[in-house]
Design a protein around this ligand. Structure first.
Ligand SMILES: CC(C)(COP(=O)(O)OP(=O)(O)OC[C@H]1O[C@@H](n2cnc3c(N)ncnc32)[C@H](O)[C@@H]1OP(=O)(O)O)[C@@H](O)C(=O)NCCC(=O)NCCS
Length: 178
């Protein structure tokens, strides 16, 4: 593939972002999650990045705010809410580039922890480990190996623990149902 570049989403990108997730996942649940998060005001364009090739959006990654709750202690974190690459462009490094650019931006903005529900064969390459090993739990039934956490700073997971609280959009679209 010729080169692609990564940039923050712009308002007019919404339909193309919807379509790239719908095409990659062969369903529209992830697309609806992105739209619902946008409607709820939970999208920071700096944490919603698109990969553009030949003028076309071929991939998208989105991080949204979440909270890790333990009793009265609430720790802010981010969820890697969606990542996908158009099927015609998969396996060429776009997902890796989006993830690395996104995590770098998360770090630059001062965030400390990212949680993802995703393929256990994909995310560990970026440093994600099983969240339960850091005493971080999902608020719904979920296999341990798909629920992962990444410290963006050394020690960021130390002494955290708790249950993740997602924005309402996740429930609204059934995003957590495998
Ligand atoms: C997963 C996805 C985002 C990866 O993006 P990509 O641009 O194809 O990936 P890259 O080119 O950066 O990396 C390719 C590597 O990812 C691996 N990979 C791709 N999809 C994978 C999956 N579902 N599970 C585990 N590994 C996967 C490939 O085997 C390859 O591994 P290698 O580097 O060891 O050879 C993309 O394939 C996709 O959109 N899939 C459909 C939607 C999806 O599953 N999104 C993630 C939800 S958790």
């Amino acid at each position: 593939m010729d080169s692609f570049f990564i940039r923050p989403e712009e308002p007019e990108d919404a339909p193309a972002i919807f379509e790239v997730h719908r095409q990659a996942f062969a369903q529209d649940r992830e697309s609806r999650l992105v739209d619902a998060l946008r409607d709820e005001g939970d999208i920071n364009p700096d944490l919603s990045l698109v990969a553009v090739h030949d003028g076309r959006i071929i991939g998208h990654i989105l991080f949204c705010p979440i909270t890790i709750v333990s009793g009265t202690v609430e720790t802010p974190a981010l969820a890697l809410a969606t990542l996908s690459v158009h099927q015609d462009y998969q396996g060429m490094g776009t997902g890796k580039a989006l993830t690395e650019a996104g995590l770098s931006e998360c770090r630059r903005l001062g965030n400390r922890i990212v949680i993802v529900i995703g393929h256990p064969g994909y995310y560990p390459r970026f440093g994600f480990t099983i969240a339960r090993e850091s005493h971080i739990l999902a608020p719904f039934p979920c296999a341990d190996d798909v629920f992962m956490a990444l410290p963006l700073k050394p020690g960021a997971l130390d002494g955290i623990g708790g249950t993740v609280r997602y924005p309402p959009a996740f429930d609204a679209v059934g995003a957590h149902i495998a």
